[in-house]
Structure formats: C-alpha cells, structure tokens
Design a protein around this ligand. Sequence first.
Ligand code: BGC
Length: 731
Amino acid sequence: MVGQSLRFAEWGAEIDARVEALLGQMTLEEKVGQMVQIHLGTLGRVEGEERIRRGQVGSVLSLYGAAEINRLQRIAVEESRLGVPLLIGNDVIHGYRTIFPIPLAESCTWDPGLVEEAARIAAEEASADGTDWTFAPMVDICHDPRWGRIAEGAGEDPFLGAAMARARVRGFQAGDLSSRRKLAACPKHYVAYGAAEAGKDYNTVDISERTLRDVYLPPFKAAFDEGAGTVMSAFNEIGGVPASANPLTLGTILRQEWGFKGVVLSDWNAIGELIAHGFAADLKEAARRSVLAGVDMDMVADAYHDHLAELVREGNVPLAIVDEAVRRVLRLKMMLGLFEQPYTDESLAEKVILKAEYREKALDLARRSMVLLKNDGLLPLGRDVKEIALIGPLADDHHEILGCWHRIGSDQDTESVLDGLRAVLPPATKVTHVRGCDLEGGEEPDLAGVARAAQDADVAIVVVGEGEAMSGEAHSRAYLGLPGQQQALLEAVHATGTPVAVVLMSGRPLAIPRLVEQVPAVLQAWHGGIRAGRAVADLLVGAANPSGKLTATWPRTEGQIPVYYAHKNTGRPVGGDSIPQFHKPNWSLHIDEVNAPLFPFGYGLSYTTFEYRDLEVETPEVDRDSTLVVGATVANTGDRAGDEVVQLYVRDLVGSVTRPVKELKSFRRISLDPGEKARVRFEVLVEQLAFHGLGTLPGQRMEYVVEPGEFKVWIGPNSAEGLEGEFRVLG
Ligand code: BGC
C-alpha cells in the first residue's frame, strides 16, 4: 500500500465487517458519542476528559502537539469501555508550521502540482504532530472581495477552484496508508458560504439552484471524486434553509446524486445556530433537523450529545440514521489506521517540522503566487541600485505575512521584506527602513520621516496593505482601500519624486485605483507565509520573474461588487472601459464608474513579454462525446526567461438558459526562454461544456447537458484578452 493515496470511496469487506462488529457492541449513548466533536477549551478539560472516558466523544478539534494528543487518546483507547480511538481535527489551512501563502495566493500560481506539494508538506508536519484530519481545503467560490474568507479559497472560478480542490485533497491524503503520515481532507463550507449577501460573514445566501449547481458545487464534487471522505456543512442559509440542516444539498445532492459515503461534520455550533436562524425552537429541535438532513457529526454544539439518544428513544429520529452515521465515522477511523496505531511517535515532529526542503518549497510557492500588477519599467531593480528607502508598516513585518489561520505558525520562522532585501542585495547597498505608520491608523503617520528617507534614495519601496486579522473568518470589510493612514504615507513618498514601487500585502483583492495610477510599479504579495519577505526581495531585484495571475477580479470600487469575469451578458450589455458612461443611459452600467474592473481574473505581468499568435481551432465541429482541440503559439518576446499561464475560455452563445460571457475551461503554465516559442494545444472534453439547462422532459426543472450550437473560444493571457475563434457543437 506504500505510496497509495487514501480514497474514501473505496474500502473492502473487511472494514465493513469490523465496523458492524463494533457497532453491534455499542450502546445508544456510545453511538451518539461517535457523532460528537468537542473542543476542550470550550467544554472544559475535566468535563471533556470525563466524556472521553465514558465513550461519549468521537472527535476533538483544535488540539496541537503529539504528547497532549496521545494523552487524550490513551483515555479513549485504554479507559473507555470499547476503546474507540479519537479523531483529531485541526485547521491546517495553508501549512502546519511551515506556513505557505494563504490559499487565495496559492491559487494564483495556477500550478496544481505545486499546491499539491504544499498540502503534502502540511500533512507530513501535522500528522507527525498528532493531527488526523484537516478542515481543508476550503473550496468556497467567492465573487465578493469584501468577504474576509476569500483569503482561504481559490478565488472566483469553479473550474480553477475544482483543480485546486483536487490538488489539495491529493496532497493531504496521499502517502503511505499504513504509516498514518497523511490527513483526511474535509472540503468546506458546504455550500454557497462564499455567496453571503454584502460579503458579510455568516450572512444570508439566496441563490438559484442552477447557480448553486453550476458555480458553487463543482469544487466540492471534484474534491469527492479525488477521494475526500468528509465534508463540513456551512453556517449560512440557502434560500431559507440553513446549510447544516438542508435536505436538498445534504440529502438529494450529496448522498443521492453523488453517492457520497463519507462523514458530514457541521461547522462550529452550526447546529446550535439553527435557533438564531429561526429554523429550530430549541437545541433538541435543531439536533433533529440536522441529523435528519444528514449531518453525521456535531461540532461543539452539544445538540447531539444532549438530545440525540432521547430523540431516538422517542421515535423522532430513526435508529437506522444514527447507525449509518456511526458506520461512516468508524469507517473513517479504520481507514486512517487509528485502531492499529492510535498514538503518534512523540519524537517525530521535531524531525519533520520546518525541514530545509519545506522552507525552500514555501519560498518557491511564495514567489510564484505573487502577482505583478503594474510595471512601467521600474522593476526589476537589479542589484546595482545604491540606495533604497524601504517604507511602510509591513516592510519589516514578521507576523502579518503569516496570514489568517496560521495557527501554530510562528513569527520566529518568518523573513520580512527587509530581511529578504538584505539577503539578496550586496552589503554596500544602503537600505533605509522607516515604518512610517501603523496598519489601522491609530498612530500619527511620520510623513516627514518617510519623505526624508525617500528623498535621498534612488528608489522607494513602500510595503503596505492589510494585517492578517483584516481578512479570514468574521473579518469582512466594507471599504477595500488601504486601511488607516497608509494612502497618506504613500502620497508623502510619491510627492518626493523618487520612483516608488509598491508591494501590497493583503488577504483579498483591494479597490485601489488611485494608488495604481500614481506609482510606476505594484507587486501584489498577499500574505505570503514564512518566506514571503525573501520572495518579495527576489522578485524586486529580478532574481526571480513574477508569474502569478489573479484568481479573483479586483474591483475599481466597492460599488462594482459582486465582481467576476463569468457574469451574464444581460439584455443591455455594455463592455469595456472606454464607454462615456454618463452619456449612455438605459444600459447596464453605473452612471459614475466604468464596467471594467481594475484588474481582471487571470491577469498578471512578467518582466518579459509574451505574444499570442496563430490560434487554430482544430475541431471546428465537435460531437458532444468528443474532444475540442484548440491551439495557439505563445512566444517569449522579451529578454528574460519567464513563465506564462496560458488560459482557454469559451462562450456558449445561445442556450436554453442564459450563459456566462466567458468561462475558463483549461489552462497551462509554461516556461519559455527569451526568443523561445511554444505551441500550446488544449484538448477539452466537450462534456466539460455542460451546464444545468432547462429540462426537456415533462416536469423536469433542469438537466445537466451540453447543448448544441455555436461557441466562441479564446486563448489568452487573462480573461479580458486573447485570440478568438469559434466552433460548433453538433446536436
Ligand atoms: C470555521 C471553520 C473551521 C472551524 C473549526 C469555524 O468557525 O468556519 O472553517 O474549520 O471553525 O475551527
């Protein structure tokens, strides 16, 4: 079994037999216990341990360190009646101790292989320290950068989102089955959590079933197809029915249509929150609605612990539902090898954590995740620059760069931009560092100080943006400019006339048109993890060439949100940014802003240039069960080696329901030397053009189909540019 990945859809009769044998010995309370996840900090250590001893706990979350985990595991295995081991779940979101860039940044590599390697490293480290299960990947599609949790996902697109979901599941779950050096993956938050109204966390979601199926569900399906064996049900409601008690999404779609056989875990107290939603009068009613809808495990609400046995005894919840949930949990524990090897070798973590090769991978990923947004020739700086003014609250930061959900990640492990520059520049280069202001605006900015530093320098590098606590869960923002006094700081530097390169760090797209207009160069560095500072320095001096591309559209203003490239055309479409908006009434536009975003999905510059030529649609007519083949030549026309992410989009011109103006259907990252060119040939299964159209049978509301007709196709460097061709899908 060495080297085989863990696929939860596949298990043998032997596991079934063991599960049945164990289930047969369990009391109702012990069964319910397997459906309960506790948090010791919330419940209290004494009560938690007592419950474990009584066999009333299936899983514990947010517990770190092999010694402590072993201690609790011993209580479960040696002191509880049946000795069923605990499942330890943690949020290993973008690395365990080797913290990688936030997932939104990771997705900007457009390199699933690299993202898989990062997940693999996270699994190596976390499992060595006792974790069995990660609450990742977060696969929520999001069209609203106000939502703080956009940082945790792969951006706005279902196709790219699905590719990243698969990569991360592979990375977490691959490995030696018998060694326990892996994590069970838990895609979340099922489902449509990223569509919260106004981008406000936990807010109402009201979207059509068609959009749910075409946009929000595909990354989950991809994760399950890759073998993910658990899923987390979300906090939000969908059209009046909370996701953690939703018969359509949990029952009809997940279990019946997809045949999902794994464990559904509620999000934190999501069952308890059914009361606040106004969906259950009390915790007992909440437990009943969730378990009947298909939630197998209750994260911390104690709804199941307090009420499920009673509900079964009263006949309000069939025992068969409880038995089935327990089977799923036990099967997961068996597949993870927990019964054979419940304990973790306590000497392992220190040998595994922060290995040099992991730190190297974090650097590689950070470099490739950063996006060059603007460059009028100022970058790269080269190594001959004599004097640099390094300015801003994030210039020598060791903490914010870790990003949201870094958990046991430590400031001690990080390199700041200042560290990075010192490492890559010759000792003679003078780097004057002035922080200038804080992030939030609580301090009076030192405008005179930064101006003085900038005046004397050849170039000013201004490192500004968001702190780690300005994105992530419960950290949505209404204003997407630079927080605090940072724009004022930038103005003061700009006013000196010294050329300015801005390095932005953030957990989301920002709305910063003025900044982008003002300065000649902008590098988006996100929250780039432990090696972010070095990666920024490598990119600034030109030791590495930027190659990241955006996976979420950057709006010009909050008023453009929701903002995404795959929007509908409407009946009164206006495209582009050249339209004199105020003089074009009665069209789909704002009278005071252009329709074009600040930066489109897929966008990102390089220090070299790429030219696209000779698009050829090799299959101008395709059957529905065949393959579309489209190629183009991409040439490196600059004077440096570079990577380009070549993207293929289609548009289905007429459908039984309206279709997006563009949809990503393939992409490839290629490396080209100066003067080199490559023929990039995409083969797209025509079945990948399917969507939920109008059903053709009586009473059928929708049907997943590829509809015959005319299509456009583009191959290009981003969602707004590219060579255009056409093809027809035959009926
Ligand atoms: C978050 C989840 C997370 C869970 C456990 C919740 O508040 O929504 O994403 O996995 O907490 O920490």
